[in-house]
Design a protein around this ligand. Structure first.
Ligand code: NAD
Length: 350
C-alpha cells in the first residue's frame, strides 16, 4: 500500500492534537473532509479483504470504552474511543479517541495519532460520502438535530461533498445551537437556528440526528418524516442508545456499515434480528441498489466502523510525510541485538 512501508527506525510518528489541528488548517477543513471521504470510499470498495469484527465494548453505567480493530492484510489499525454522554455537563468531551497503524509484516507501529478531532472529521466525511449515494439528487437543505461537538463537521461535510447550502440547527439546549451557528458563520452556508425539531426539518431533504443521551430517545417520530428524505442517524451508536422511533425504520430502506455491529449498536437494535438492511459497501460497488425512487426514505444507521478509522489514519499518514506535523516517539524497545533486551536495560543504568 502507498506510503505505508515500515520505517527502518524504531521511532513511531505521533500526531498530537496540536499537530492534527495544524494539519487540518494546512490542508483546509473542506479539502480534508473531501480527501477523507475519498479514502473512506476507496476502502469501502475493497471492503471484502478487510478483517472485520464488531468493536470490543466495555460498558458502564456512565458510558462505554471501545476498541475498533481492522486490517487489510498489509496494515493493521485500531482506535480507542469512549462515549460518555454525561461528560459534556462536567466540561469534558462526550467522545475522545486515539488510534494506531502497524505494519502487518513485522507488527511494528507506523503511526500513533490523536483521533478526537479526526473522528469528528471521519464521521462527517462518512455521512456525506453515504449521502452522496443515497440523498435525493440536488439536496440543498439539511436539518441538523443535536448541535454538539460533531455538528459543524457534519454540516461542512454535507456542503463540501453533497452541495448542501443551508443548515437548519436544533438542539434542546439553545446555547449549543448558538455555538454551532456562531462557528458556522463565514463558511458560506445559510445557517438557520430553529426552536423545535419539527421547525428544523422544514424543507430539508437531509435530516441528521446527532444527539447524545444514554437511553432509547425519540428525537424523531414517524409523523415528522415525509416521503423522499434521507436520514443520517449518527447519535444512536451503543446498546440502549437510539434516536428514532421504530416506525420510521419500518418505512425506510436502511443502510448500514457492518451489520453484526449495527444490529448491536444502531437504530436497528429495536428491530428483529432478520430486519432487512443493505450494506453500504455494496451500494458503492454497484452490487446493491441505493435510492430507487423519489418517495423512498433512505436511512443511514451510522454507528462508526473500524474501516473508516483505518482510512482516516491512512490519510493522515500519507499527508504528514515530509511535513513537521508530527514528532517521533521512542515507543518501542528495539535493541541492536534483538535477543539482548536485558543487556539494553543494564546498559541504561550506567
Ligand atoms: P455532544 O455531547 O457534544 O453533543 C450532543 C448534543 O445533543 C448536545 O448539544 C445536547 O444538548 C443535544 N441533545 C441531547 N438530547 C437532545 C434531544 N432530545 N434533542 C436535541 N438535541 C439533543 O456529542 P457529540 O460529540 O456531538 O456526539 C453526538 C452523538 O454522536 C453521540 O451520541 C456520539 O456517541 C455519536 N457519535 C457517533 C459517531 C458515528 O460514527 N456514528 C461518531 C462520533 C459520535
Amino acid at each position: 500500500m502507498n506510503n505505508l512501508a515500515p520505517s527502518d527506525k524504531a521511532l513511531v510518528p505521533f500526531v498530537s492534537v496540536d499537530n492534527m489541528m495544524k494539519l487540518v488548517h494546512h490542508i483546509g477543513v473542506e479539502p480534508m473532509l473531501i480527501g477523507l471521504a475519498d479514502y473512506i470510499e476507496a476502502d469501502f470498495k475493497r471492503w471484502e479483504l478487510f478483517d472485520k469484527t464488531p468493536r470490543v465494548a466495555s460498558h458502564s453505567e456512565e458510558g462505554v470504552i471501545e476498541l475498533m480493530p481492522t486490517s487489510d492484510g498489509e496494515v493493521y489499525g485500531f482506535k480507542y474511543v469512549n462515549g460518555h454522554p454525561k461528560n459534556m455537563k462536567e466540561g469534558l468531551q462526550t467522545v475522545t479517541a486515539f488510534g494506531l497503524l502497524a505494519n502487518v509484516g513485522n507488527g511494528y507501529p507506523v503511526l500513533l495519532s490523536e483521533m478526537t478531532v479526526l473522528t469528528a472529521l471521519r464521521t462527517a466525511a462518512t455521512s456525506a460520502m453515504v449521502a452522496k449515494h443515497l440523498a435525493p439528487k440536488g439536496a440543498t437543505t439539511m436539518a441538523m438535530i443535536g448541535n454538539g461537538a460533531q455538528s459543524e463537521f457534519q454540516s461542512l461535510a454535507m456542503k463540501a461533498i453533497c452541495g448542501v447550502d443551508t443548515v437548519r440547527l436544533y438542539d434542546v439546549d439553545p446555547a449549543a445551537t448558538e455555538k454551532a451557528a456562531r462557528n458556522l458563520e463565514g463558511w458560506g452556508m445559510n445557517v438557520v437556528a430553529c426552536k423545535t425539531a419539527e421547525d428544523s426539518m422544514e424543507g430539508a431533504q437531509i435530516i441528521t440526528t446527532c444527539t447524545a443521551d444514554k437511553q432509547y430517545a425519540t428525537i424523531l417520530t414517524d409523523n415528522m418524516i415525509g416521503a423522499g428524505v434521507h436520514i443520517n442517524a449518527i447519535g444512536g451508536d451503543c446498546p440502549g442508545k437510539t434516536e428514532l422511533h421504530k416506525d420510521i425504520l419500518s418505512r425506510s430502506d436502511v443502510f448500514v456499515e457492518y451489520p453484526p455491529q449495527t444490529r448491536i449498536e444502531g437504530e436497528i437494535q429495536q428491530m428483529a434480528d432478520d430486519f432487512p438492511v443493505t450494506e453500504m459497501w455494496e451500494v458503492i460497488n454497484g452490487t446493491a441498489k441505493g435510492r430507487t425512487s423519489d418517495r423512498q426514505i433512505t436511512l443511514f444507521d451510522s454507528v462508526g466502523f473500524a474501516i473508516e478509522d483505518f482510512s482516516a489514519l491512512r490519510f493522515v499518514r500519507d499527508r504528514i510525510k515530509g511535513t513537521e506535523r508530527f514528532i517521533e516517539l521512542d515507543l518501542l524497545a528495539d535493541p541492536d541485538d534483538p535477543r539482548d533486551l536485558f543487556g539494553m536495560l543494564q546498559r541504561a543504568a550506567s
